[in-house]
Design a protein around this ligand. Structure first.
Ligand code: NAD
Length: 495
């Protein structure tokens, strides 16, 4: 097989002089600084985007405040209609968006189509449905009545205002859609700051949002480094930050938001997610489960698992079966439809993973499979299996965000629970067993925002998602996101 041909519209889009998307259209950046976007499959520069300066930030915030005035007064049904239309437009432009995404992130084209576009449209429609269903409650106060007066009270859910949405590089389209959909369905306006590594797809989506009927300023996109995100959070004209990214940046964002002006903050951060195989597990099922849990998109999924715990008697055969599966994966160009395993998203990340391989060797962990970079201009890394030497090994404790499954044996279920919970993070975990009764008894003992049984990694818009412990604050999806994007106003009436 070979690479699919890029659509003419993709080549044309990549070659543009990309401005900033403010007030319903592109504007030239105030600075001449440019950020190169590099295709991680071959190291080639595919586009350049603007690095927004302070006056661009002021301009975007001003526009978002004006956009908020209009959008927050737009009826919920009309807001929903725009989001439904945007979902249709994502699907109509599916191939173009998927190809742009694959070129900037190295995500294999099947995943770009199925997750970055199809799933993003699915999430968008789910959120759109909430626009008409956000309600308060009525309350009867128990205040004293001296002359027959009575009281009633109710609550209003009001949009929080101008949201800053800060997006990482791993799912640059879908995560941007989660943020803009949450903001727009509740009547907020939003400024998206994409990752400097993957800024392109959201610029195209902003154009589609205007085509869908979104008023100017309701969605602005500012490309640039992390400093742009920082300045947006601290700006007096913004009201909330919704951040997805690493734990260290998330802590800086949370502190910055509090220090600036008690800016509301939702933090979706990283983790060190665990898989526990109970003894009754079928070994082939376990090996297939590890591919789902740890190797999709080269492990660059926040909910992916990196620590795998199996009973001492089963750990060798599970790793053996997993090695066979990894050996059969077709590694190659992400634009080749036959490829099953592509590059990681950027050179820095590839080098970071090389550092983890070195650390594993220096700590005397066993590299059971892989453990090397793949030579060439692209950012390829071998899918890797490691057997840790001790529970203190770096590979069992630090997030690699790569295609590295680290194993450790357990003897008793008590020990398994201890190992799974022995981390400062708590984003996700999974248990694999045929004994559902046992699984349901163990689920409450597992410290994670999401616990899957016999599955891992899959997210659904109706099921809340977010971290406990150091993996974040707040929830996306379900009805839970509404709390984070609205303020609760109480109204009390004497009559
Ligand atoms: P990152 O923290 O390096 O960057 C995320 C975003 O923050 C980028 O847009 C970056 O420009 C911006 N940024 C950097 N410094 C900033 C600052 N001081 N103020 C404001 N913004 C700033 O993360 P990344 O490397 O792009 O993404 C990978 C990480 O994201 C992993 O740790 C992964 O686990 C996490 N992640 C979490 C989730 C989740 O839902 N919990 C989802 C995807 C990724």
């Amino acid at each position: 097989m070979s690479d699919i041909a890029l659509l003419p519209s993709v080549s044309q889009f990549l070659g543009r002089d990309h401005g900033l998307y403010i007030d319903g259209g592109y504007v030239a950046c105030s600075t001449t600084a440019k950020l190169k976007v590099i295709n991680p499959a071959n190291g080639e520069v595919i586009a350049q985007v603007s690095d927004a300066g302070q006056s661009d930030i002021d301009c975007a915030v001003n526009s978002a405040n004006l956009g908020f005035k209009i959008w927050s007064k737009t009826s919920p049904a009309a807001r929903a209609a725009v989001l439904f239309k945007l979902a249709d437009l994502l699907e109509q432009n599916r191939e173009e968006l998927a190809q742009i995404e694959t070129c900037q992130s190295g995500k294999i084209i099947h995943i770009a189509r199925a997750f970055e576009v199809d799933q993003a449209a699915h999430f968008l429609r789910y959120y759109a449905g909430w626009a008409t269903k956000i309600t308060g409650e009525t309350i009867t106060p128990s205040l004293p009545s001296f002359a027959g007066e009575r009281y009633t009270a109710f609550t209003l859910r009001e949009p929080v205002g101008v949201v800053v949405g800060i997006v990482p590089w791993n799912f640059s389209t879908m995560i941007a859609i989660w943020k803009l959909a949450s903001a727009l369905t509740t009547g907020c306006s939003i400024i998206i700051k994409p990752s400097e590594f993957t800024p392109l797809t959201i610029l195209r989506i902003a154009e589609l949002a205007s085509e869908a009927g979104l008023p100017p300023g309701a969605l602005n996109v500012l490309t640039g480094s992390g400093l742009v995100g920082k300045a947006l959070i601290e700006h007096p004209g913004t009201d909330k930050v919704s951040f997805t990214g690493s734990v260290p940046t998330g802590i800086a964002v949370g502190k910055g938001a509090m220090d600036a002006k008690l800016t509301r903050a939702t933090l979706e951060l990283g983790g060190k997610n665990s898989v526990g195989f109970l003894r009754d597990i079928d070994l082939d099922k376990a090996a297939d489960g590890i591919i789902e849990a740890g190797f999709l998109h080269s492990g660059q999924i926040c909910a992916a698992a990196e620590r795998f715990f199996a009973h001492r008697s089963q750990i060798e055969p599970i790793m053996e079966k997993l090695s066979q599966r990894l050996a059969s994966l077709k590694i190659g160009s992400p634009l080749d439809e036959a490829t099953q395993f592509g590059p990681v998203t950027n050179k820095q990340h590839q080098q970071k993973l090389a550092g983890f391989f070195e650390t594993a060797r220096s700590e005397n962990s066993t590299i059971v499979y892989g453990g090397k970079l793949i030579e060439g201009p692209g950012c390829y890394v071998e899918p890797t299996i490691i057997l840790a030497n001790s529970i203190n090994d770096t590979l069992l404790n630090e997030e690699t965000f790569g295609p590295i499954a680290t194993f450790f044996p357990y003897d008793t279920e008590e020990e398994l629970l201890h190992l799974m919970n022995n981390t400062p993070y708590g984003l996700s975990a999974s248990l694999w067993t045929n004994d559902l009764s046992k699984a349901l008894r163990l689920v409450p003992e597992i410290q994670a925002g999401t616990v899957w049984v016999n599955m891992h990694t899959m997210l659904d818009p109706a099921v809340p998602f977010g971290g406990i412990k150091s993996s974040g604050i707040g929830r996306e999806f379900g009805s839970a996101f509404i709390d984070d994007y609205t303020e609760l106003k109480s109204v009390m009436i004497r009559y």
